[in-house]
Each structure stands twice: as structure tokens, then as C-alpha cells.
Ligand binder design. Structure first.
Ligand code: AMP
Ligand code: TRP
Length: 333
């Protein structure tokens, strides 16, 4: 069985983009695969996190994943609890080249004009992500479309490590970028992805939003004046329309053509009403279940601690072996 690894940052409330681009797929994949899911708190501190609320943010993200349906078939833990990630990331910092990281579009977007002032960690972020995956010899990585370039880099790092240290040790990985909502866009601007860190709350649907908030955000979502096309080709050059149809398709397990068969030719008014009802129907039970988990933080912590122990049991021997290949002096235990 191929091993799956994926991660999500506890850097804010998860959005509909996280849900459709990643979390729903994780839940479905548990059936057929050996899955490891990680709340990546080490990645989150590449940008400032308030120490007073950070542990709760990590718990909150774990609660959402459990509420969405990640269960005992999978290993779930927070990244800082398993030291193998940081150990292997350091080795990868010394394998990856500056030039490779300089090409990462996510770094350029996040750093913007402030390049001199962002953390060194933000620049090295993709090396840690490569370590997350390779520490488990995972080969399948379900993510949203925005992570594609990072996974290519993870393959470059594996290849160079294997070449430099003379053994086919880290396997190549395959991105799993699934469904019609692998890139959910901002509700205010169809050219920007929906993000938990967007300054405008109107740009996204948070998994914790109540029904009225969801309906209002969808009603106000930017659209164009034309009715919905009958054919998916009519969505080209209409990013906002395409986005809403994609969200509808993902939530109903359909595709663009299927949604347009039912809604093509309609104006956005009625389509947005139907979409809002659908989003509320899918998200409300997750929000309620998240609140139930959050009422028992010790249960969340126990679940994460168990997950961390299982994760470490897999990753520690792999990272030990990688360190032997590097030539570190290792003592017999
Ligand atoms: P992050 O919020 O950056 O930790 O992302 C966690 C997961 O959600 C990753 O697999 C991302 O690719 C995915 N993701 C984040 N934003 C979106 C979006 N707007 N559309 C689709 N997937 C997304
Ligand atoms: N960088 C990913 C994101 O922000 C999160 C992540 C960290 C991840 N490590 C990972 C995803 C390993 C997949 C595999 O979306």
C-alpha cells in the first residue's frame, strides 16, 4: 500500500478552499491508503504566531480535521511533536540550492516587497515540507493546486540527496491534485486564491462561519452580469463564474458540465441561493462537530499525542538512516 502524507498550517481558521482542495480528499483517501496527516505548526511560525493563542490554534485545526472525518484509520499529529521533521529539514537545507528556492512563487507572493524582513524560515519552508513527506517515505501527497511547485522541489531534493549520498533512499513522490475545486478562488477577486490570511474576511468562507454569514458572503461574491453558460467552455475567461460552479461541483461530487446541466442559463441570483444552501448544508455539521471536540481539549491532545508516537515510530528510523548516509557519527543505543 502506498503511503500518503499531507499537512495543513494552524495559522488561522480553515477555509472552504482548504476543505475542498485538501481536507475532503484526505477523508476519502483513508479508505484505500495508509494515511498520515499533520498540523504543521513548524511551518506556521515562518510567519508570526501569537504564543498566547498558538497552541489553541493547533488544537483547533486538529478539531476541524477530526470533525471533518479524519478517524482512527489515519495518523494525526502536530509536526513539532515529532523531531524527525526538523532533523531531516536541516539536512535538506544543505541539499537544496538557493537558486531552486529563489524560484518558488509562494515565497515571492508571501514575501512581496518585504524580502529583507521576512524570516529565513519562510525561505526554507519548502525544504521542511520535503522533509515532512520524505521522513515517512510517503509517495502520494494530496494537496491543492498551489502546492504543485513545492512537490516538484521535494522531488528535486530527493534526487540530489540520493545522488550525493550514493543510494536510492528517498522515493519520488506523486502529487494528488483532485477535483474541480483544487484551486478555490477569492470571492472578491477571481484571480486570487481563497486564503485564510487574506485581510478581507469577505474573500473567503471560514469553516466556522454561521449560515447567515455564509449566505451573505456568497450573495456578495463578485460575478459578471451574464447568466451561467450551458457549456463548460463558456466558463473560460469568466474566473468568478468558474469558481462558483467549481465549488458547487466539488460539494455535490459532480463536475462543471453536471452543474451547468442543472443551472446553465440561470442568472447568478438563483444560483447563488442554491450554492449558499448547499455550502451551509455541508459545513454546518462540521462546525457543530468541531465545537464538540473543542469542548474536550484533553481528548484532542490525547489523540495528537498518540498520533505523534505512531508517526515517530515510522519517521525516526528513516531519518536515522538518512543521517548515517550523510556520515554523522551515530552512537549505538
Ligand atoms: P494551508 O492553508 O496553506 O496550510 O493549506 C493546506 C491545504 O489546503 C493545502 O493542500 C493547500 O493546497 C490547500 N489549499 C489552501 N488554499 C486553497 C484554495 N484556495 N483552494 C484549494 N486548495 C487550497
Ligand atoms: N505547505 C503546505 C500548505 O501550506 C502545508 C504542508 C506542509 C504540506 N508540509 C506538507 C502539504 C507536506 C503536503 C505535504 O498548504
Amino acid at each position: 500500500m502506498q503511503r500518503i502524507f499531507s499537512g495543513i498550517q494552524p495559522s488561522g481558521v480553515p477555509t472552504l478552499g482548504n476543505y475542498l482542495g485538501a481536507i475532503v480528499n484526505w477523508v476519502a483517501l483513508q479508505d484505500q491508503h495508509d494515511c498520515i496527516f499533520c498540523v504543521v505548526d513548524l511551518h506556521a511560525i515562518t510567519a508570526w504566531q501569537d504564543p498566547a493563542t498558538f497552541a489553541d490554534a493547533t488544537r483547533g485545526m486538529a478539531a476541524t480535521l477530526l470533525a471533518a472525518g479524519i478517524d482512527d484509520r489515519s495518523i494525526l499529529f502536530n509536526q513539532s511533536a515529532v523531531h524527525a521533521h526538523a532533523r531531516l529539514a536541516w539536512v535538506f537545507n544543505c541539499v537544496a540550492r538557493m537558486g531552486w528556492l529563489n524560484r518558488m512563487t509562494q515565497f515571492k507572493d508571501k514575501a512581496g516587497k518585504d524580502r529583507e524582513n521576512v524570516s529565513v524560515g519562510l525561505f526554507a519552508y519548502p525544504n521542511l515540507m520535503a522533509a515532512d513527506i520524505h521522513a515517512y517515505h510517503a509517495t502520494l501527497v494530496p494537496v491543492g493546486d498551489d502546492q504543485r511547485q513545492h512537490l516538484e522541489l521535494a522531488n528535486d531534493i530527493a534526487q540530489k540527496f540520493n545522488h550525493d549520498f550514493g543510494r536510492e533512499f528517498f522515493p519520488q513522490i506523486e502529487p494528488m491534485i483532485l477535483g474541480p475545486a483544487a484551486r478555490v478562488m477569492s470571492l472578491r477577486d477571481g484571480s486570487k486564491k481563497m486564503s485564510k490570511s487574506d485581510p478581507s474576511d469577505q474573500s473567503r468562507i471560514n469553516l466556522t462561519d454561521d449560515a447567515d454569514t455564509i449566505a451573505l458572503k456568497i450573495r456578495r461574491a463578485k460575478t459578471d452580469p451574464e447568466p451561467l453558460p450551458e457549456d463548460p467552455r463558456g466558463l473560460e475567461n469568466r474566473p468568478e463564474a468558474r469558481n462558483l460552479v467549481g465549488i458547487y461541483a466539488a460539494l455535490t461530487g459532480s463536475d462543471y458540465a453536471g452543474v451547468l446541466r442543472d443551472h446553465g442559463g440561470k442568472g447568478f441570483g438563483p444560483f447563488k441561493e442554491a450554492l449558499a444552501a448547499l455550502v451551509v448544508e455541508k459545513l454546518a455539521p462540521i462546525a457543530a462537530e468541531t465545537r464538540r471536540w473543542l469542548a474536550d481539549p484533553d481528548a484532542i491532545d490525547r489523540r495528537l499525542a498518540e498520533g505523534a508516537a505512531k508517526a515517530a515510530a515510522i519517521a525516526d528510523p528513516i531519518v536515522d538512516e538518512a543521517e548515517r548516509l550523510v556520515g554523522f557519527l551515530k552512537f549505538r543505543r
